[in-house]
Design a protein around this ligand. Structure first.
Ligand code: FMN
Length: 148
């Protein structure tokens, strides 16, 4: 994860309504597939993503506890859904609502896949406030963000 610096992470990339960002990972969260729109939105080529941990797009505004809950939920139920702020290669960001579920072959869990949709401005503000509050509760640093 990159260090905090107030002048970074400020440019938002809008996720287009008609597109779905898709990735798949192995059972440890290492990327095995990234669709064209995931590459475009995150700013990486697919060869830069495949074989890397999915935390390559982890944004420092995301509390650790969200991912802890994500992995616990995947282990227990095979699914997780929630709001995620992701980091682009150029240090910009994009918000999505992600739905992660298992990929099964002959009844056996072999991978996870994540499908993401864009979210509204209001959802972004609410998610940012919620995640900032989660970080403050456990003393993780937060940044001052002004919404316009
Ligand atoms: C299918 C799948 C998709 C994921 N997508 C993201 C994502 O878009 N952004 C993200 O930060 N973490 C995502 N994760 C969670 C990461 O694997 C990782 O737990 C998280 O980035 C926190 O990194 P850390 O555990 O190294 O701190 C995904 C995990 C899975 C299984």
């Amino acid at each position: 994860m990159k260090d905090y610096n107030d002048s970074m992470f400020l440019i938002e990339t809008k996720v287009p309504e008609a597109e779905i960002i898709i990735s798949r990972t192995d059972l440890k969260g290492v990327i095995t597939y990234a669709n064209h729109i995931f590459c475009e939105i995150s700013g990486y080529d697919d060869h830069e993503l495949i074989g890397k941990p999915h935390s390559i797009v982890r944004h420092p505004d995301m509390p650790k506890a969200v991912f802890k809950e994500l992995w616990e939920s995947l282990e227990k139920t095979g699914k997780w859904e929630g709001y995620v702020k992701n980091l682009r290669k150029d240090n910009g960001y994009y918000w999505v609502y992600a739905s992660i579920s298992g990929v099964y072959k002959d009844g056996k869990l072999i991978e996870y896949k994540s499908l993401r949709r864009p979210i509204s401005f209001e959802e972004k503000v609410n998610a940012q406030i919620h995640y900032d509050n989660m970080k403050k509760e456990i003393g993780e640093p937060t940044r001052h963000i002004e919404y316009r």
